[in-house]
Write a protein that binds this ligand. Structure first.
Ligand SMILES: NC(=O)C1=CN([C@@H]2O[C@H](COP(=O)(O)OP(=O)(O)OC[C@H]3O[C@@H](n4cnc5c(N)ncnc54)[C@H](O)[C@@H]3O)[C@@H](O)[C@H]2O)C=CC1
Ligand SMILES: O=C(O)CCC(=O)C(=O)O
Length: 441
């Protein structure tokens, strides 16, 4: 195991987030390799840690001032053993290949946990949509798809949204895909609008799924979200829908945040107000207390200093560190689940686990989004449309199955209550068994 990790570090220098994600999985699956030497003989770990294909490309476009801009586009096609590469696109001015490798790697195991026949991939661009006009965003998306279209397809690789990529961007990407390929193939992207091949609930699915997962973790300990105080970091797609579903399930969400600061509202976050403030013409979260008397806004504050029963990090990677985890544990947190991808540092995860606080890792707790993307692919292939209610029932069922699989797998490997080991081992076994069956490819 150590050798595999050392090689991975050497071959992928400077990609710290990828090292972090890979180290956690390699550590978790060590007992599986001991029980199954055939995996080691087939060099499955080495193969799983190496992307099948990485595509880097130039994205030239013209901004509103007539200036030529040059960005870099990426698609990491990590593993297709279980189905077409599947995973989101991230637009972020600071984006690096190593971040996408960590996200693509996580996606392999997350997608395996859903049981829906999807492989793992991730992509994006070092383009920041912030402060760009709608026309610039459209031209950027068109330039990006002008290269990406060669690599994707309903049976090959199916991107979706992630940070900085929502329904608007998916629309512009899909429009350009259709224009240059002359193929009306809705299954090539997910997260589409409802009028043009999108699925009900895809927008809500990651946040809702995270709330369903934490409810399962709490019920396994004979309690629930009802009456619990909850803190949710972020104010984007995942956070807003996690807040909505936690509230439906009886929880009181008292704080949310963005990259500038933190809102604390002891009466419960007013979601409509957050949406308005975060909207295109909104004043930002700092204006929240102007409209809610008992609320406070702290610029650059730490959301994890706010007392809560349940913490849901839903913003970005490594946003919750060891000190934050200690503070949460000292204040009596009873469950933590990751709505974002890898928001907790490894040291923070250790603190939760040592304190016996149930901890739901992102690859299990936020799998609802990609699961509903797979349902969107299913509907596109069948030219069918499901209702919101039917899709929601299926999402609840999927999140319950993932929770049960992680719990049972952890017990099988003598790690009761350790959802990290459970998720990594269960996801790994599904991919590894398929790779064994497919031979050395
Ligand atoms: N959108 C989806 O369906 C899925 C998203 N995820 C993950 O969830 C996380 C959030 O993604 P989305 O909500 O889709 O993105 P988004 O772009 O809609 O929202 C991200 C939010 O996080 C905030 N943020 C960024 N850095 C922050 C920081 N350091 N502290 C506090 N807030 C910060 C931003 O201001 C924004 O409000 C990411 O880790 C993403 O990879 C995971 C599964 C699926
Ligand atoms: O729905 C998808 O394909 C993407 C979801 C995603 O990017 C994620 O699970 O992190």
């Amino acid at each position: 195991m150590e050798d595999v990790f050392a090689t991975l570090q050497r071959r992928n220098p400077g990609e710290d987030e990828f090292h972090q994600a890979a180290h956690e999985v390699l550590e978790s699956v060590a007992p599986v390799i001991e029980r199954h030497p055939e995996y080691a003989r087939a060099r499955l770990l080495e193969r799983i840690c190496e992307p099948e294909r990485q595509i880097l490309f130039r994205v030239p476009w013209v901004d509103d001032d007539g200036e030529v801009q040059v960005n870099r586009g990426f698609r990491v096609e990590f593993n297709s053993a279980l189905g077409p590469y599947k995973g989101g696109l991230r637009f972020d001015g600071e984006l690096q290949l190593g971040t996408l490798k960590f996200l693509g790697f996580e996606q392999i195991f997350k997608n395996a946990l859903t049981g829906l026949g999807i492989g793992g991939g991730k992509g994006g661009a070092d383009f920041s949509p912030k402060d760009r006009s709608d026309g610039e965003i459209m031209r950027f998306c068109q330039a990006f798809m002008t290269e990406l279209h060669r690599h994707i397809g309903a049976r090959t690789d199916v991107p979706a949204g992630d940070m900085g990529v929502g329904e608007r961007e998916i629309g512009y990407l899909f429009g350009q895909y259709q224009r240059i390929t002359n193929r009306s193939e809705p299954g090539v992207l997910t997260g589409k609008g409802l009028g043009w091949g999108g699925a009900q609930l895809r927008t809500e699915a990651t946040g809702y799924g995270c709330a369903y997962f934490v409810e399962e973790m709490l019920q396994a300990r004979d309690t629930s979200l009802d009456g619990r105080t909850v803190v949710v970091s972020g104010a984007g797609n995942v956070a807003l829908h996690a807040i909505a579903k936690v509230t439906d399930l009886g929880g009181l969400v008292v704080a949310c945040s963005d990259s500038h600061g933190v809102v604390h509202d002891p009466e419960g976050i007013d979601l409509d107000l957050v949406r308005e403030l975060k909207g295109e013409d909104g004043d930002g979260l700092s204006a929240y207390p102007d409209r809610r008397r008992d609320a406070r806004y702290e610029e650059d504050g730490s959301i994890w200093a706010i007392e809560c029963d349940v913490a849901l990090p839903c913003a970005t990677q490594n946003e919750l560190d060891e000190d934050d985890a200690r503070r949460l544990v000292d204040q009596g947190v009873i469950a933590v689940a990751e709505g974002a991808n890898m928001p907790c540092t490894p040291e923070a995860v250790d603190v939760f686990q040592e304190a016996d606080v149930p901890f739901g890792p992102g690859k299990a707790a936020n799998a609802g989004g990609v699961a509903v993307s797979a349902l969107e692919m299913q509907q596109n292939a069948a030219r069918d449309r499901w209702t919101f209610e039917r899709t929601d029932e299926r999402l609840v069922e999927i999140m319950r199955e993932i929770h049960g699989l992680c719990r049972d797998t952890a017990e099988e490997y003598d790690r009761p209550g350790d959802y990290v080991s459970g998720a990594n081992i269960a996801g790994f076994r599904r991919v590894a068994d398929t790779m064994l069956a497919l031979g050395v490819v």
